[in-house]
Design a protein around this ligand. Structure first.
Ligand SMILES: *Cc1c(COP(=O)(O)O)cnc(C)c1O
Length: 359
């Protein structure tokens, strides 16, 4: 069985965790601070704030920018549910804009038409490790006075025109085990804005600036030193992990037949959180069954765009037709691309796919 995802935990992570356990400082302590500093450096920003998950990073970032009831946030429907749900947690309304079928990312050309007097922010999601075309997003945000909150949960270390994901606005990362790097569970917020960094820290810790004085409603969204120790060790390996993902993706794209392989725009460093191809002609589900039968892990990310999710339709009243997202949901299939794959695994994946598509 070749799994679709596999976290690579080595001796460094194990030793780092043991050091924390032996130190007696288990909750948020010196490892969290060190991890934040190193993550900010990797991303090329001034501040990073560690949280308990990618979801709480998004939730905190939205609250830190003062987004709440009556506000609208523009985002993509073709993403993991947490992108849009975090907007709901803040009390605001997600406004969905269709994707560019070539990149699976939000189509910047359709954003202007979705802006209303209630729009406060744009949340581009850098899906599968490929950054959104950011120049037009930055231009629209600047012109219309909107905040940019990047969902970079799948794009640690990814680049657009030599700038990292999470450095264009307020960046939000997930450190869940299947992501490009992990802290078991965890999240990170990145920003150059000292005021936003401060707000995030207060929201993360029960709305508390001075011990047991609470200025506002906060949460417990802290990361522990145990998780930060794992995250720090993983951050040291991120560049190597990403190089390995890129090399694996290049091999797959060079050898797969009869499918549409992922686009890598020349001005982007795609870090392949997922290797997502299109299988046109209604053959996706047959290929999926074949791969599963042969022990090649694969997955559909995502089978239902968020505007079509039962909760969004039945409880929130969304009634939208976004053709590119809906079409993508019927054609996408992701193959293993993670750094734990061997050359033999890659050959097996290619041969097994081509048995069906390479006629
Ligand atoms: C993983 C992910 C999240 C949520 O991160 P968690 O750490 O699982 O809470 C949010 N958005 C996207 C695009 C993700 O892939």
């Amino acid at each position: 069985m070749i799994p679709i995802a596999k976290p690579l935990i080595g001796e460094e992570e194990k030793q780092a965790v043991m050091e924390v356990l032996n130190s007696g400082i288990l909750a948020q302590g010196p490892r969290v601070a060190a991890f934040e500093e190193a993550f900010a450096r990797m991303t090329g920003v001034k501040y990073a704030i560690a949280t308990s998950s990618g979801t709480t990073a998004l939730h905190t970032a939205l609250l830190a920018h003062g987004i709440g009831p009556g506000d609208e946030v523009i985002t993509t429907p073709f993403t993991f549910i947490a992108s849009a749900n975090s907007i709901l947690y803040a009390g605001a309304r997600p406004v969905f804009v269709d994707i560019d079928p070539r990149t699976f990312n939000i189509d910047p050309g359709q954003i202007d038409a979705a802006i209303t007097p209630r729009t406060r922010a744009i949340m581009p999601v850098h899906l599968f490790g490929l950054m959104v075309d950011m120049d037009p997003i930055v231009e629209i945000a600047h012109k219309r006075g909107l905040i940019i909150i990047e969902d970079a949960c799948q794009s640690h270390g990814a680049e657009y025109k030599r700038r990292k994901a999470g450095s264009f606005g307020t960046g939000c990362f997930s450190l869940y085990p299947t992501k490009n790097m992990t802290s078991a569970e965890g999240g990170m917020i990145t920003t150059d804005d000292a005021g936003i960094a401060d707000r995030c820290k207060v929201i993360r810790q029960h709305g508390m600036r001075r011990q047991y004085y609470h200025d506002e409603l906060g949460f417990n969204f802290r990361m522990t030193d145990v998780h930060a120790a794992i995250g720090l060790a993983q951050l040291n390996k991120l560049a190597r992990f990403n190089e390995s993902r890129i090399a694996n993706a290049q091999y797959l794209s060079a050898h797969l037949c009869g499918v549409t392989t992922p686009l890598v725009p020349s001005d982007c460093e795609h870090v392949f959180h997922q290797y997502t191809m299109r299988v046109p002609g209604g053959r996706r589900d047959a290929l999926l069954s074949h791969l599963k039968e042969r022990g090649v892990g694969c997955g559909v990310y995502y089978p239902v765009p968020i505007h079509r999710q039962p909760f969004y339709v039945q409880q929130l009243g969304y009634d939208l037709h976004l053709p590119e997202s809906e079409q993508a949901a019927t054609e996408v299939l992701s193959l293993p691309v993670h750094p734990a794959l061997s050359q033999n695994d890659l050959e097996t994946i290619v041969a097994t796919v081509n048995e069906v598509t390479g006629a």
